[in-house]
Design a protein around this ligand. Structure first.
Ligand code: MRU
Length: 365
């Protein structure tokens, strides 16, 4: 996707510096800054502090982190320590574990002198695979939208999305936003309701940034507005991403997703979830009981960053320290509220049979 007309991926390998580079998402939307990942420690820091975030992107970053660790020391002990360091950064998105296991398994099977090159090639491959998967999600998602909304419309299709599941959350294209980019390419008029997504405001900061850059009409709304808009017929469909999906179709995504699903259910609005199959945790079947929910710092709720009139980014405190804070970062939407899953292998019903059929045709599962 493009930023000011220049094509970017959210992470890429800088061949001259022999290091991966990222877009520092904590600086967006006010500043566009690139960073070099120097070693496994800086990859882990980038994931933990959310310079990179979004399930597929943290998997890709972890793969590069392992490649950096192996380049510094190809011994198995160093590989295992790096894998553990990266795995501890964020607990909910399963792509992290998926990417780490994939790299560790391949590198362990190689001779030490070959490990650095093999790990780097695999990290690049994971990124390329993610781009292809997300583009496929876009194609399948667009076909699904056409199927649900076949009639010629006088008004744009109104899509509501939560958090950021666009190209910044993946390597390119995105998951929930990929069908929207494809719709725009196909000339289908579309408008996006962007949930601001407190506390970190990934919607207002990142999704709105992406859509502005792509020239896609959108409106930022507070997180509580979605139900009201659905009651008034102003939302045709909801599309969100997923950090972990159970083998039975329960979906864990950014906190607040569940309430959107309830409102969609009450108003007969289709609720679609877009995900690469690398986001499915095939080992679990009960999202509420089995998915670990990340609890993040109270400062994310207590404080907010913003641009002052003098052009500086400042942090303000919203309420006194004396009030305690809870900050669960994700919630689980039971499969019964999901209309369909849009994956890189096609669309399916949110259940064991639907996912198992797609898994068969995939090399990922
Ligand atoms: O905490 P974040 O910003 O990493 O959460 C991201 C989300 O919840 C996305 O919706 C999810 O990763 C799917 S994105 C492709």
């Amino acid at each position: 996707m493009k930023v000011d007309g220049v094509h970017y991926r959210s992470i890429w390998f800088d061949e001259a510096a022999e290091r991966p580079r990222i877009i520092d998402q904590t600086e967006l939307p006010h500043r566009f800054e690139e960073r070099v990942l120097e070693d496994v420690g800086s990859a882990a820091e980038a994931i933990r502090t959310m310079r990179v975030r979004g399930a597929p992107l943290i998997g890709a970053t972890a793969a590069y982190g392992l490649a950096l660790a192996v380049a510094a020391d190809p011994k198995t002990a160093s590989l295992d320590a790096a894998a553990q360091q990266l795995a501890e950064t964020r607990p909910t998105a399963v792509n992290l574990r998926w990417a780490i296991e994939r790299v560790v398994n391949v590198v362990r099977g190689a001779e030490e002198p070959e490990r650095a090159a093999i790990a780097l090639d695999l990290a690049k491959q994971i990124c390329d695979d993610d781009v292809a998967a997300c583009e496929a999600i876009g194609d399948y998602g667009l076909a699904l939208l056409r199927e649900h909304f076949p009639e010629k419309r006088s008004k744009p299709l109104q899509i509501l999305t939560h958090c950021n599941a666009g190209w910044l959350a993946t390597v390119d294209w995105g998951t929930a936003l990929s069908p929207i980019y494809k719709a725009q390419e196909a000339g289908l008029p579309i408008h996006v309701w962007v949930d601001e997504t407190r506390p970190r405001n990934q919607g207002a900061s990142l999704t709105a940034f992406e859509l502005r850059q792509a020239g896609i009409p959108h409106t930022v709304i507070v997180d509580n507005a979605g139900g009201h808009l659905m009651q008034r017929g102003e939302v045709d469909a909801v599309i969100v991403g997923s950090d972990r999906t159970t083998s039975t179709g329960d979906v864990c995504n950014k906190i607040g997703t569940y309430l959107k699903a309830l409102a969609a259910h009450d108003n007969d609005v289709p609720f679609f979830v877009a995900l690469p199959l690398s986001t499915v945790d095939w080992e679990i079947s009960d999202g509420l009981r089995e998915i670990p929910i990340e609890e993040r710092s109270s400062s994310e709720v207590r404080e907010m960053d913003g641009l002052t009139t003098s052009g500086d980014v400042e942090t303000i405190s919203l309420f006194p320290e004396e009030s305690p804070v809870a900050n669960p970062a994700f919630d689980v939407t039971p499969a019964r509220y999901v209309t369909a899953l849009i994956t890189d292998e096609g669309t399916c019903t949110p259940d064991r049979a639907g996912l198992a059929a797609l898994r068969k045709s995939s090399a990922v599962g």
